[in-house]
Design a binder for this molecule. Structure first.
Ligand code: S3P
Length: 441
């Protein structure tokens, strides 16, 4: 497997576009595959996770083609029109593909068997199996909760009124997507608001969906069996990918980077608030709307960061950005404490344990907590010299690639290949801005 070596080189200077948003890309393929007519999507993230969704939608009968200029043309089968694939579907590393598709399948009378890589096969599926069983789908899963699993959807789906037990946009979306081919009103209640790309996209495609605040609970109601209109969509840039550059340009002295076209959905922008709370210099320009989502250009100029103990940011608004924020904390001056992060233990890896191990291996003092981590910042360059185990987790690989840019001795990442899942252009884009990254095949 290709390893990656990260050593300081130059300040990061320039203007770049980050790849398309992963969450929006998945949903655009799934929902356009259920529309009636032809959709056109540009700026789609062509990472392995989204390609797994494309493959699955093809296997269930939709027509998806990438045309020459990078545009994707999708001919949908209509809500209710999915067919049983003639083979097992391999979801690779993608939890979002797996959980959202389980929702779609639950209310179609089809049978699908799914598997994935070692990381995905270790991730909990009970959180979607439970509500989707109430819809009427039948699951056969390894140990009742892991991939590989076979789901048989029902032709008599029951509309749920479901309160998500954890802050999870995947669970919410799985229930809503099951509600698409279900007569009646499907209701999802969230105690903590999570990214709302599914709700926004369904609305823009003509579904009858409402979102209300009822005594501090976010209540989403979807009227089932809509005819979804095809879309003409430009996918905004992914703030979760932008986060690596936001941290890199903040911590590498002399940097000045502008990221164009970044999606700034208010349920995704916690990383900007968190970095600002640590002293980062981030400014937003040219705010506009793209594909039903707010976007803007984001400029970041290097600034000394200080540790943060009581971060007043809702973790769900930056759930995927904590690994790279921990790297910012390692370079900052003073101690940081991050808590309320138990969900990080069930991501592509156990991100609390894996980050703690990687930081320690590079000379940083950390204490792993049940639901978080304490990090003693170095106030500048970190010792480095350690090898990080990525455990098939793209965000771990990229986080330590960034941290190595502020290390006295090279930071080694054991496996760079997971980066392909969400940010295939990462190394090229970073080195183009001035970073010192080498992939050793
Ligand atoms: C996602 C939701 C989040 C996030 C994941 C993408 C989505 O997962 O971590 O990368 O697109 O809905 P959870 O719902 O498990 O928090």
């Amino acid at each position: 497997m290709p390893s990656l070596v990260s050593l300081p080189k130059n300040p990061l200077i320039g203007t770049v576009k980050v790849p398309g948003d992963k969450s929006v890309s998945h949903r655009s393929l799934m929902l356009s595959a259920l529309a009636v007519g032809e959709s056109r999507i540009t700026g789609l993230l062509e990472g392995e996770d989204v390609l797994a969704t494309a493959h699955a939608m093809r296997a269930m009968g939709a027509t998806l083609n990438r045309v020459d200029d990078g545009e994707w043309v999708v001919n949908g089968v209509g809500v209710g029109g999915l067919m049983s694939p003639d083979d097992i579907i391999d979801m690779g590393n993608s939890g979002t593909s797996t959980r959202l598709l389980m929702g779609l399948i639950a209310s179609h009378a089809i049978t699908v068997t799914m598997t994935g890589d070692a990381s995905l096969r270790s991730r909990p599926m009970g959180r979607v199996i439970d509500p989707l069983s109430e819809v009427g789908a039948v699951f056969k899963a390894r140990d009742d909760k892991f991939l590989p699993l076979t789901v048989t959807g029902t032709d008599m789906p029951v509309p749920l009124d479901y309160t998500t037990p954890m802050a999870s946009a995947q669970v919410k979306s799985a229930v809503l997507l099951a509600g698409l081919n279900t007569p009646g009103i499907t209701t999802v209640r969230e105690k903590v608001a999570t990214r709302d790309h599914t709700e926004r996209m369904l609305k823009s495609m003509g579904a009858d969906i409402t979102v209300q605040d009822e005594d501090g609970i976010r209540v989403i109601r979807l009227v089932g069996q809509p005819e979804l209109c095809p879309v003409n969509l430009e996918v905004p840039g992914d703030i979760s990918s932008a986060a690596f550059l936001l941290v890199a340009a903040s911590i590498i002295p002399g940097s000045d980077v502008t990221l164009e076209n970044v999606g700034l959905n208010p349920l995704r922008t916690g990383i900007i608030e968190a970095l600002k709370a640590m002293g980062a210099s981030i400014s937003i320009h040219n705010e506009r709307e793209l594909g039903g989502e707010p976007v803007a250009d984001v400029q970041v100029i290097a600034a000394p960061l200080k540790g943060v103990v009581n971060l007043e940011v809702d973790p769900s608004t930056m759930i995927d950005e904590f690994p790279v924020l921990f790297c910012a904390a390692a370079v900052a001056s003073g101690v940081s404490r991050f808590t309320g992060l138990e969900e990080l233990r069930v991501k592509e890896s156990d991100r609390l344990a894996v980050m703690a191990a990687g930081l320690r291996a590079n000379g940083i003092k950390v204490t792993e907590l049940d639901d978080g981590i304490d990090i003693e910042g170095c106030g500048g360059f970190i010792p480095g010299g350690g090898t990080v185990q990525t455990h098939l987790d793209h965000r771990i690989a990229m986080s330590f690639a960034i941290l190595g840019q502020m290390a006295n001795k090279a930071v080694m990442v054991d496996d760079a290949s997971p980066i392909q899942t969400s940010f295939p252009a990462f190394v090229r884009l970073m080195t183009g801005l001035g970073a010192g990254l080498d992939v050793l095949e």
